[in-house]
Design a protein around this ligand. Structure first.
Ligand code: GLU
Length: 485
């Protein structure tokens, strides 16, 4: 069987990290089994459309290197294009199809016209609430005589079409993640399939499309679990074979509550903006709620495909720990060549007015300590700005006297001066200073480091000197000595 999975985002906002996780799961599952991965746009809820969100979804998937075989894309002019033989892949272009299938259900008596107004439904809900009953459509339109229906349609009364849920029986399925699930049909509401604006509801369109697009496995977030019985009953009403369903555990914050904006970034674009690397974010989210059952933590996309197994997905919620993500990102940043880092860092350094060589040096030293590209220059303004100021007391290593500090700074000045400008390499600077510092290197290196950075904590004095260059380094040592006189 050819495996076909899909991601079916609604363009109702910027792509959520949970949607990226769902996309990744579908991608890994289909790639592992040499299947196809499809992207379909579910834009039938016209009241919740957010402009630009389609572009954001596609951009995010591309950024994450999750390629798809069929579905929508954007061309150079930012126009939607489609590839694949099961299109259109945008639901608003499929209205005729939904209409046709709604009619088929009406004919088979698996659906009915509902002429209840918003006001009447509101009243029904309030009454049920008063009686402490669950809010549910009371089926009052389910058995209207044909003549009444004809009359109402003729007089152009607004209507919806509802699914006739069987009064008896139980709907069951074997969830690929959660195991056997069952629900009594009498607890399921007569779902609206077609709205009064002529658009289908999510529940209707998703079933028609998954069927017509030959989707074999629906892997989606747990929030859709309660929708699945309705979908299965629709498959049953049509006499179609349903796909297999698997519901992925919710993303939680570190306290075990549903992950929300209050916990930090949740839109993929925010992670991009902060300088997370696609491979790091993918590696991190792949392991959320999934146990590879080895001690290995760093996985390339190829390795993830190889290792992926739905059976390894935990049922319990998946904790989204931003610190762990930072750890992954730091690991990936560290493994980059400086040239690659330079390329990826462009958005974060484009306003820096520094010579290219100096930028490369900054990247070289920051690579070791960075967890997000956005922070490239965060703790090192002293390497970028021409002037620095600091309290001179900071120059003292432990109880060093003023004279001792001056002596050591003079010593540093002589050493730095002695290094030929052509040999002003990090190694050379480090070797010379360490040799001169000997056993008591703190006495030499601390005042030097503060003279160059003006900070209690900073990269090493060797790194600072190397980035600043010989001239600027000597100037700052000079200034420190003067300040002590
Ligand atoms: N359109 C739904 C969403 O926004 C798709 C849910 C599903 O995968 O069935 O996530």
């Amino acid at each position: 069987m050819l495996i076909r999975t899909r991601i079916a985002p609604s363009p109702t906002g910027f792509m959520h990290i949970g949607t990226l996780r769902t996309a990744l799961t579908n991608y890994l599952f289909s790639k592992k089994r040499k299947g196809r991965f499809i992207i379909r746009l579910e834009d039938t809820d016209r009241t919740r459309l957010v402009p630009e969100s389609e572009q954001d979804i596609i951009r995010s998937l591309k950024w994450a290197r999750l390629t798809w075989d069929e579905g929508i894309d954007f061309n150079q002019e930012q126009k939607i294009i489609e590839k694949g033989s099961h299109g259109p892949y945008v639901q608003s272009k499929r209205l005729k199809i939904y209409n046709k299938y709604a009619r088929e259900l009406l004919k088979k008596d698996h659906a009915y016209y509902c002429f209840c107004t918003k006001k009447c439904l509101e009243k029904m809900k309030n009454e049920q609430q008063k009686l402490k009953q669950p809010p549910r459509y009371d089926k009052r339109c389910a058995n209207l005589p044909q003549s009444v229906i004809r009359e109402k349609l003729k007089s152009k009364q607004s209507f919806t079409i509802r699914l006739k849920i069987p009064a008896q029986g139980t709907t069951r399925w074997q969830d690929l993640v959660r195991g056997p699930i069952s629900i009594e049909n009498k607890l399921i509401d007569d779902q609206v399939l077609m709205k009064s604006d002529g658009f289908p509801t999510y529940h209707f369109a998703v079933v028609i499309d998954d069927h017509l697009m030959a989707i074999t496995h629906v892997l989606r977030g747990e929030e859709w679990l309660s929708s699945t019985p309705k979908h299965l009953l629709l498959y049953q009403a049509f006499g179609w074979r349903p796909p297999k369903f698997g519901h992925l555990p919710q993303l939680l914050n570190v306290n075990g509550k549903k992950l929300s904006k209050r916990d930090g970034d949740v839109a993929v674009r925010d992670f991009i903006k902060k300088g997370y690397l696609p491979h790091a974010l993918i590696n991190f989210i792949a392991l959320l709620g999934w146990n590879p059952k080895t001690t290995q933590e760093i996985f390339s996309l190829k390795e993830l495909i190889k290792q992926f197994d739905l059976k390894k997905i935990n049922k319990a919620g998946a904790k989204f720990d931003y610190n762990r993500l930072n750890w992954f990102n730091a690991r990936y940043i560290k493994s980059l060549k400086t040239k690659e880092l330079l390329k990826l860092s462009q958005p974060f350094i484009k306003n820096l007015k520094l010579p290219a060589k100096k930028i490369e040096k900054i990247l070289f030293i920051q690579k070791e300590r960075l967890s997000r590209l956005k922070d490239i220059t965060k703790d090192i303004p002293f390497l970028i700005e021409k002037q620095i100021s600091y309290p001179k007391e900071l120059l003292a290593w432990k109880n060093q006297s003023n004279e001792q500090i001056q002596e050591n700074l003079q010593k540093a000045r002589i050493i730095i001066s002695s290094i030929d400008i052509k040999n002003f390499s990090l190694d050379n600077i480090q070797n010379k200073l360490l040799k001169a510092g000997g056993e008591k290197r703190g006495e030499l290196l601390w005042p030097l480091r503060v003279a160059l950075s003006g900070q209690k904590q900073s990269p090493s004095p060797f790194e600072c000197a190397w980035v600043l260059g010989k001239k600027q380094t000597l100037k700052r040592i000079e200034q420190a000595i003067i300040s002590l006189k």
